[in-house]
Design a protein around this ligand. Structure first.
Ligand code: PLP
Length: 385
């Protein structure tokens, strides 16, 4: 049996007619840059994520970049994030000549550890010049970071918070939607995200009117009005075609995320039943916060297990037609391009350990029972021999 990590063809076959019709509409209008489709999507996403404002942009990466630009991040400013994320979270910081400062993750949720965040900030306050301006928590794999302590720390030290919700549109933290909790939230519409376009795209959401206005101006080279440049921005625009497609797909998002959750529950139960859970074999992702009975909603952009003999398991699954992925094999503080930051092996041990043991299994909504059973069967086979 062949099982891809993500089967976008299965999804497309169900919405083909609707998609074709909106694409045709955009083609007939010959309106490709911003315009009514983008405005409609911005309204829909603001509504969906419970924020006042939304700005459609060219990618999740550009959403992060334009957010930092709107906060007026200057060379030498320090921005806190984790090393266990997609590259762009830290890449955008470095591109502004600001300094990524990495805090280790919680081993269960893979998200920033608030205690370590607090320790780092306390340590930094003892230095002569406190340069931290902003925290970027990532809601990794579809689950929100523990935002309450993060917000508390941010308030105490007067820091901005940008939520990197690229993987977590629709996730909830104590009943609040991902992206609506900090000063700014960002989403990505990269095809493999839960709400994926047919190309690149992204969105910035906020409740702050000033930031909203500034980001809209930055999106078009800092011009307001056209050809009068108050500030230096860039071309960060979202295409009308992408917006039209995303408006269609947004209607299905909750249904798709629900199916991902059902798949996750299925894996959890069946892996438990096959006696594979525990330190000896694999650990499954637990969608909970320690000491929190509150309402958290995991949307499983990835179902990421911890596996003993991870690389051999991955190879075995591949030989049996099952695609998996390692998100992420090298934590950012050990990437070649960040050597100049001066981190070394052992500095952020939880992230380093995670990068050696994590494995993401297929979790897409259209997975059949037969496919899921086959995956469980092959994992069992690997460990029982
Ligand atoms: C995908 C992703 C991004 C970047 O989004 P793009 O649309 O690919 O630029 C940023 N952060 C995280 C955590 C992501 O997963």
């Amino acid at each position: 049996m062949k099982i891809p990590l993500l089967d976008l063809k299965a999804q497309y076959s169900k919405i083909k007619e609707e998609i074709k019709s909106v694409i045709e509409e955009v083609l007939e209008s010959q309106q490709f840059i911003l315009g009514s489709k983008v405005e409609e999507l911005e309204k829909n996403i603001a509504n969906y994520s419970g924020t006042k404002y939304a700005v459609g942009v060219s990618s999740g990466t550009d959403a992060l970049l334009v957010s930092l630009m709107a906060l007026d991040i200057k060379p030498g400013d320090e921005i806190i994030t984790t090393p266990f994320t997609f590259f762009s979270t830290a890449g955008v910081i470095a591109r502004l000549n600001a300094i990524p400062v990495f805090v280790d993750i919680d081993p269960i949720t893979y998200n920033i550890d608030p205690n370590k965040l607090y320790d780092l900030i306390k340590f930094k306050t003892q230095k002569s010049k406190f340069k931290i301006k902003c925290i970027i928590p990532i809601h990794l794999f579809g689950q929100c970071a523990d935002m309450d302590p993060i917000l508390e720390i941010a308030k105490k030290y007067n820091l901005y918070v940008i939520e990197d919700a690229a993987q977590s549109i629709g996730a909830e933290y104590k009943g609040r939607k991902a992206g609506s909790i900090g000063d700014i939230g960002i989403f990505s519409f990269f095809p493999s995200k839960n709400l994926g376009g047919y190309g690149d795209g992204g969105m910035v959401v906020t409740n702050d009117k000033n930031l909203y206005c500034k980001i809209k101006i930055l999106r078009v080279h800092g011009a307001e009005p056209k050809y009068y440049h108050k500030i230096i921005g860039g071309n960060f625009r979202l295409d009308a075609l992408q917006a039209a497609i995303l408006n269609v797909k947004l209607k299905y998002l909750d249904e798709w995320s629900k199916k991902r959750r059902e798949n996750a529950e299925y894996y959890n139960r069946r892996l438990e039943e096959s006696n594979l859970i525990g330190k000896k074999y694999i650990q499954i992702p637990l969608p909970i916060y320690k000491n929190s009975g509150d309402k958290n909603y995991h949307i499983y952009n990835q179902y990421t297990i911890r596996a003993r003999n991870r690389d051999k398991l991955r190879e075995f699954l591949k030989e049996n037609g099952i695609a998996t992925e390692i998100y992420y094999p090298i934590p950012l503080h050990l990437q070649e391009c960040f050597k100049y930051l001066g981190y070394k092996k052992g500095d952020l041990p939880v992230s380093e350990e995670a990068s050696k043991t994590v494995l993401s299994l297929p979790i897409y909504p259209e997975l059949t029972i037969e496919q899921k059973e086959y995956i469980i069967e092959k994992i069992s086979e690997f460990y029982k021999h």
